[in-house]
Design a protein around this ligand. Structure first.
Ligand SMILES: *Cc1c(COP(=O)(O)O)cnc(C)c1O
Length: 498
């Protein structure tokens, strides 16, 4: 299997090259030149397998230039009970007879980014060796919260790598700041940047595009890289858990072999739901993919009208990881639905860059409608849903998951489609303790409480256990207190690299 670029079909890379490079030179995203298929018999066999064996099987189909032992090594290092607290890694919780919640947040940072970022460092270091690149990889990340911490945990003490994370001094939650400032590992560095997320992001981009600096680093045997969500090495691992959820439902006799299910995903950058679409193309019996957005509902409009238009107000919501107006991974969907028409995709992306908007042609739009359904939920609806689900089922969900639950409810009511549905749950409610408690108890009861009191209240009042990785933050030493101006970011990187 080779990897083309969504903007140039003449590009042909191995999976290792695609993972090392991240983004193709002309700006397109890497995409496999064929879709491997998995038969129902194979799915049946996978039902009795562990998560790691399922991952080996599915990833092996895409990483065809990796030896079986290399895939196995990456998978077994990433998905351990020690890191995920559960043998099943991504367990399925049955809410009622047709809703199954796929809990993707049992990893070390309590958000679904761990599913990909726990394995990416191993895929990357293996790929570096395979491509004969004799370099130490320096990962630079600008983060608004979840990705930075998940990347730090994934790369910590991974040989041949260093990682530096910049977060906006004003703009991450209390828990997120603590998670990053107390980060352990010999190869990590964390710095706050005076300003907002855009400042941190712009600073990192400037470092990435500084050719003279790249040459300087190259001379020292270092190579800059990003842990960006458009890297194929982040997408491929996400396909695994849709197969795994189906297999768990099969094993639990919740569905019969071949029975179709729907999948509903709280969506931002379109990575998670695109992985579900890949699973469908490979043969997983999926009927409709339901794309759930918050008030930043650019994807709802796109799926319902065929017009992608980012020229709209940006809202800061209580599901911040979905506050996105440019969903980068949508480009891969357009490529597949256009029959791999690289010129057409490149033209849409040029239009998006120039005008903030594009309209897909009739054929693509027909296929979007045939596979996807979309809706959105604002913050009020999201809080209301958190409260109702707790009332009815005694199950506490985070705001991102709540958006998906709310959108699925509306979808089922509007269409009468009672197909069993896998709902992707992307964060632990403890990670968004303040907003979850406001939804459940009202704002007054939590006024003036610090993060750790909030964790305890959520656990005590709703009979839950605080995830150890969050509870332990209270005792951890703060290791990183640097706050720099945007203009000093390169100096911070240099000082850390020595
Ligand atoms: C990143 C993230 C999302 C959005 O996922 P995409 O793959 O970007 O669509 C949803 N929920 C949480 C908690 C996240 O961290």
């Amino acid at each position: 299997m080779k990897y083309n670029s969504t903007r140039d079909n003449t590009v042909s890379a191995t999976s290792a090259e695609a993972i090392v490079k991240g983004l193709s030179a002309e700006g397109g995203l890497y995409i496999p030149d064929e879709i491997p298929s998995v038969t129902l018999d194979e799915i049946n066999e996978m039902a009795s397998m562990s998560y790691t064996d399922r991952a080996k099987k599915i990833l092996g189909l895409f990483l065809t230039d990796f030896k079986a032992a290399e895939v196995e090594d990456c998978v077994t290092k990433a998905y351990t009970k020690a890191k995920f607290g559960t043998e099943s890694i991504a367990p399925v919780y049955k809410l009622d007879k047709d809703r199954y919640v796929l809990e993707l947040w049992h990893g070390p940072t309590c958000a679904f980014k761990d599913m990909a970022l726990q394995i990416l460092p191993h895929l990357l270091t293996t790929s570096v060796k395979k491509t004969g690149m004799d370099r130490e990889i320096v990962i630079l990340v600008a983060t608004s919260g979840d990705t930075g911490k998940a990347a730090l945990e994934g790369f910590r003490d991974v040989e041949g790598t260093k990682i530096i994370v910049f977060y906006p001094e004003s703009g991450v939650s209390g828990i997120q700041r603590l998670q990053m400032c107390t980060q352990e590992g010999e190869n990590v560095f964390v710095s706050a940047v005076n300003g907002n997320f855009d400042d941190a992001q712009t600073g990192v981009k400037e470092i990435f595009t500084d050719k003279a600096y790249a040459a300087e680093l190259d001379a020292k045997g270092l190579s800059l890289s990003s842990a960006n969500s458009i890297n194929w090495g982040r997408l491929a691992p996400q396909i695994v858990y849709y197969f795994s959820a189906y297999c768990d439902m099969l094993r639990g006799e919740e569905i019969s072999l071949g029975e179709q299910v729907n999948v509903c995903v709280p969506t931002g950058n379109f990575g998670n739901i695109l992985a579900a679409y890949f699973a469908k193309l490979m043969g997983l019996p999926v009927k409709t993919l339901i794309c759930a957005s918050n008030a930043n509902n650019v994807l709802t409009d796109f799926i319902n009208t065929g017009v992608y238009d980012r020229n709209r107000d940006f809202y800061t919501t209580i599901s911040p990881s979905m506050d996105i107006l440019i969903s980068s991974n949508l480009e891969r969907l357009l490529y597949l639905l256009s029959g791999r028409d690289d010129k057409k995709v490149a033209a849409y992306m040029d239009e998006l860059k120039a005008t903030g908007k594009y309209t897909v042609d009739g054929e693509i739009f027909e296929q979007v409608k045939a596979n996807f359904s979309a809706g959105f939920a604002d913050d009020d609806k999201c809080r209301d849903t958190i409260r109702r689900i707790q009332d009815e089922f005694g199950y506490v969900i985070d705001p991102h998951t709540s958006v998906a639950v709310a959108v699925h409810e509306e979808y089922a009511a509007a269409t009468g489609d009672g197909t069993k549905t896998i709902i992707a749950s992307t964060a632990s409610p403890f990670k968004f303790n303040g907003d979850v408690l406001t939804a459940l108890l009202g704002g007054e009861e939590i006024e003036d409480k610090d993060e750790f009191e909030l964790l305890r209240i959520l656990a005590e009042r709703f009979d839950l256990t605080v995830p150890p990785s969050l509870g332990q933050l209270e005792e951890k030493d703060v290791r990183f207190e640097t706050v720099c101006d945007k203009s000093m970011m390169k100096a911070v990187v240099n000082e850390f690299l020595g």
